[in-house]
Design a protein around this ligand. Sequence first.
Ligand code: NAD
Ligand code: IPM
Ligand code: MN
Length: 343
Amino acid sequence: MARIAVVAGDGIGPEVVAQALKVLDAVLPGVEATQYDLGAARYHRTGEVLPDSVLTELAGHDAILLGAVGDPTVPPGVLERGLLLKLRFAFDQYVNLRPSRLWPGVPGPLANVKPGEVDLVVVREGTEGLYAGAGGSLHRDTPAEVATEESLNTRHGVERVIRDAFARAGRRERRKVTLVHKTNVLTHAGSLWARAFAAVAAEHPDVATEYQHVDAAAMFLVTQPQRYDVVVTDNLFGDILTDIAAAVTGGIGLAASGCINPTGAYPSMFEPVHGSAPDIAGKGVADPVAAVLSAALLLDQLGHADAAARVTGAVAAELAGRTPGVALRTDEVGDRLAAQAVA
Ligand code: NAD
Ligand code: IPM
Ligand code: MN
C-alpha cells in the first residue's frame, strides 16, 4: 500500500489537505498517510525549518502531499526557501507540472472562452533558474547597497525538462509545445534554452513547436488561453504564468501541481499552486479543489489511474453543480468530493 508523507504546512494548508486526505482515503482505502509537523508553528516552537532527519524520513515515502508553506509571522523566504524549495531541490523534482483546464460549469473570466476550450499544461523547470539561490548583497542598508540574484541554467537541467515536455505533448491530442523565455534580453540563458529546445524538437517531428517571449505569453494567456497545449519554461516564468493560467480557468483555488522527479530516485511532491492564503486562513472557506486535484496527480504518478480518474470525475461533478455567488465551506466540499468519488 502506498505510503504518503503529508506536510500540511501553514494557513489554509491543513484545511485543504484534510479534504484531499478524505478523498484519497475514499478512493484508496488503507493508504498510509503520515503527518509531518513542519512550517511556521514548528519554526516558532523550535527554530527548526526542515531537520536533516526529517528530510531523510520523507525520502522513504512513495510521495509527498503538501498543503502550503509561508506565514506573515515568519520572515519571507525562511519557510519558502528552507522548506518548500529545499524539498523540491533535495528530491530533484525538476518537472513542476501545472495543468490548467476550464472545467464545464466554472465561470471563467473571459467572455470569448467556452468551457472545455482551455486544456493546457505548463511544464515549469523546478530546480534551477533564479530559484537556485545564487547571488548576494553588498553594503547592506547603505545608499551604496547592491543586490544580485543570478539565474542558473545547465544544459542537463534545461534539456531534461524540455524532453519531459515533448514526451507529454506526444501523448496529448494536439501535440504542441510552446517554449516561453525572453531570448531577446536574457541572451545567455535564452540561447541555451532555445538550442536545447531545437535539439529535442528535432527528435520529435510529430510534435508542433512554437516560441514566445514571456511578456507576449502573459498577454496571450489572458486573451487566448485556448492556443496552448504544453508550455515549457524556466522556474520563475513558470511560477508567474501558472498563476495567470489559474486565474483564467476559474481561480487559484482550482489549480493543482506536481513537483515530479521522473526518475523515481526520490519521491515526487503534490501541492496546490496557491499559497497559505493568510487572508482567509482559519475561516473554513478555502476551496479544497486544488489540493484534491493535486491528490489526483499523486494517484496518477503512483500508478492508480482509476482512482485518479474517480477523483477528477468527482471534481468535475462538483464544479458543474456550483452556483456562482454561493459561498462554499471547505469541509463540506471535501465531504461531497469523497462521497462522489466512490459513488
Ligand atoms: P496565496 O495563493 O496564498 O493567496 C493569493 C490570494 O488567493 C488570496 O486572496 C487568497 O485568499 C486566495 N486563495 C489562495 N488559495 C485559495 C483557495 N484554496 N481558496 C480560495 N482562495 C484562495 O498567495 P500569497 O498571498 O501571495 O502568499 C501567501 C503566503 O503563501 C506567502 O507566505 C507565500 O510565500 C506563500 N506561498 C506558498 C506557496 C506554496 O506553499 N506552494 C505558493 C504560493 C505562495
Ligand atoms: C509556488 C510558490 C513557490 C514558488 C514559493 C512559495 C517558493 O509561489 O509554488 O508557486 O515560487 O515556486
Ligand atoms: Mn507561485
